[in-house]
Write a protein that binds this ligand. Sequence first.
Ligand SMILES: *Cc1c(COP(=O)(O)O)cnc(C)c1O
Length: 395
Amino acid sequence: MNKRIYMDHAATTPVKKEVLEEMLPYFTENFGNPSSVHAFGRRAREAMDLARERVANALNASVDEIYFTSGGSESDNWAIKGVALANKEKGNHIITTQIEHHAVLHACQYLEKHGFKVTYLPVDKYGLVTEEQVLNAITEKTILVTIMFANNEIGTIQPIKEIAKVVRDKGIYFHTDAVQALGSVPIDVKDLDIDLLSLSGHKIYGPKGVGVLYIKKGVKIDAVLHGGAQESNRRAGTENVPGIVGMGKAVELACNNLDKRIDRLTRLRDRLIDGIMSKIPHTILNGHRQKRLPGNVNICFEYIEGESLLLSLDLEGIACSSGSACTSGSLEPSHVLLALGLPHEIAHGSLRLTLGDDNTREDVDYVLEKLPIIVNRLREMSPLFAQEKGGMKNV
Ligand SMILES: *Cc1c(COP(=O)(O)O)cnc(C)c1O
């Protein structure tokens, strides 16, 4: 048994060869500090400038609206805390949803300890929020609305343009965590009228430990990291030059041939979903059937634990996840699945398979061959399942 299939691209992705190749010289011969005025420094600065230009072009932003960070978590924290602190004379109310990434939820909870009020909007059974919900939650005191573009667990894509419009019409700042969306959904910050947007390198075949915060010109935001004058005096710390170079290339690649990637992944995804649903009874697809990320499959299998499913699949060389990577290791079911209204025992049996550029149809078919056998075996061992079957026989 040496087949190895990676279907956990929402957790992280491998660095693409083209990305790594561009990064490598910035660890060694081009090691300069971009703040230095000599040739070494200038070379690093030029590489950063190019990366910034690539990100700006991909988002339809300008270069002075692109800020490099240490990843998606920092970008989310900066957007939320930075806007909250810079605008606290205007108000202390923030609106978000119950299904955000923990980088958003925990930043909001932290602000609640410091006098801010946060509304966590519920979602429908598909994980969707509506612009009416947002509009109804807005008060005189609202200074920021932060709603994720696409969910990392269930893949649901929000109506971001419609939501941004009602928020912007009220003169309130709108932030979106687009970490999972970039490379899977077209993103044009001008067309969508977004004020702040977070990205992460390692979810788009770039390196870990680097991200981007897009900040529209004129947005009032405080620094969160204080020190040197890097990133136009808004984010201190000597820049992660190789990481930034990799981020620039990764964003460029993610937005090239977007239609082709969406089309290919959607087909693989639908083959996987349809295969699982037709081969395995007592399954529930989580998230929306169409308004979902092209590579996302999230399914609950009744009567079994996601964790045991995960381990059995791993033994067959299939890598995926149950709930989110951040919550695995804890026994609490995912806050996202609970927000959909699933009961605890069903939320426990969830499996997330996220497809990426390296997956093939053969990979999907391999999963479709192994998964029903594993689910069957686990169900045979499940007292709940035996009870149910016994009960049915008696009917
Ligand atoms: C992974 C992820 C993050 C965090 O990004 P890091 O670069 O790992 O800090 C934030 N939001 C979403 C939706 C994610 O999937």
